[in-house]
Design a binder for this molecule. Structure first.
Ligand code: K1U
Ligand code: ZN
Length: 180
């Protein structure tokens, strides 16, 4: 297994639209295992393949406290949204350190395939419903900050770009240290 690099907002690759998964072989099994290791290590409760620069319709979620209830959603489709809404303070591994309220449907029904290509349906509420909608947005190239006001979004973008420059500087200093 391997830890994968998680793209950070505002990386343009986070806005690519994912294509359906067509191959349910070894490559998919390895991608699921690597994404799970990456999500648990982060730590997070969900991860979309788009966030690790794989633009295919694959999402993993584990909202359990024990971290032993991995759900794999391949080519997921939301077939029903409740009319009632909930606002949840969302986070995102691609926007570390930022949490803000987003209003979404309180309950959803989803149709998906498991990692072996077997179809299943699930009905979700609470954090699972939030997480499913958040991760499926990633597959459409949408990051949760796009629900926030332009003012908040621009502040977040500036903060992330500043952090990125800091990280690049640290990496350059480390590399220079290794040369001397
Ligand atoms: O980046 C992602 O898509 C994962 C994201 C999922 C999510 C969480 C909360 C609301 C909406 C979507 C995260 O996992 S952010 C990290 C997080 O919420 C968390 C981390 C450790 C323990 C519990 C939660
Ligand atoms: Zn996210």
């Amino acid at each position: 297994m391997a830890l994968l690099n998680i793209l950070r907002y505002p990386d343009a690759r986070l806005h690519k639209v994912a294509k359906p998964v067509t191959d349910f072989g070894e490559r998919l099994a390895k991608l699921v295992a690597d994404m799970a290791e990456t999500m648990y290590d982060a730590p997070g409760v969900g991860l979309a393949a788009s966030q690790v620069d794989v633009h295919e319709q694959l999402v993993i979620i584990d909202i359990s406290d024990t971290k032993d209830a991995l759900q794999v959603l391949v080519n997921p489709e939301i077939t029903w949204y409740s009319d009632d809404k909930q606002v949840y303070d969302e986070g995102c591994l691609s926007v570390p350190g930022i949490y803000d309220g987003v209003e979404r449907a309180a309950r959803v029904k989803v149709r998906a395939l498991d990692q072996h290509g077997k179809a299943y349906e699930l009905e979700a509420d609470g954090l699972l419903a939030v997480c499913i909608q958040h991760e499926m947005d990633h597959l459409l190239g949408k990051v949760f900050v796009q629900y926030l006001s332009p003012l908040k979004r621009n502040r977040i973008k500036a903060k992330m770009l500043k952090e990125e420059r800091g990280l690049e500087r640290e990496a350059a200093l480390r590399a220079a240290g290794r040369r001397y």
